[in-house]
Design a binder for this molecule. Sequence first.
Ligand SMILES: [Zn+2]
Ligand SMILES: [Zn+2]
Length: 257
Amino acid sequence: MIDGHVHLERGPYTMEWLNRFVDTAIHRGINELYLLEHSHRFIEFKGVYNDINPENYFGKWLDTKLKVPLEDYINFIETAHSVKYPIEIRFGLEVCYFERHEEEIHKLIHGNPFDFITGSVHYIDGWAFDHKPEHWYGRDVDATYVRYYEIMSNLIKSGFFDILAHPDSIKCFDNYPSIDLTESYKNMADLLVLSGVKAEQSAGLHMNYKYSSLGMNKTMLQIFKKAGVEMITASDAHCPEDVGKFIKEMEQILSSE
Ligand SMILES: [Zn+2]
Ligand SMILES: [Zn+2]
């Protein structure tokens, strides 16, 4: 089983901290572990986030992040790669995608020793949908969804990413559009297949937001499966205890629905 999305961020870049993730992975029957870090941790990515108003809630939140030199993580990857583990371990980044900053994103990820790059949409034109439910008050939900999937399609088209993170995490606070998104899902499915980008079947919302169901919505799942999109199971764990959680259940969903 694969856990394709696990964050190290709550601990130091030490082998002791890493070993706790690996131990839990082995315990839960995971044989491929993908460790990644949010791009918003690293000083070098500051420019990528400059669409976000530094004076508002999101800007102030980002100001508390963006503190770690990317080199610290790269050095840690190099050390960890020299150790032999009983399971396969990969290191990557979860990069927030912004259409206007493609060139800068490309420069930051190119030439670094990452095993994979996961792309995610957390921001829609300077606004983040997944911080607080009250941030949705007064939003045009239909327009928000349309723009979300437009940005996601551009993410896939950019060619920078191996994996698309949590492709419908916009539902995190139970805001749903009144419009039919079938065409958006089909368009994304075609782009994913064409670009060879894997889509995550993610437990992130279920585990971190107490969202009721696991993984992507059924319509999206059926469209992706029919189109032949390659899927990757992902816990979105943020601590060693959550590594590998719900992977077995999501594999069952993938094989049965
Ligand atoms: Zn994410
Ligand atoms: Zn994540």
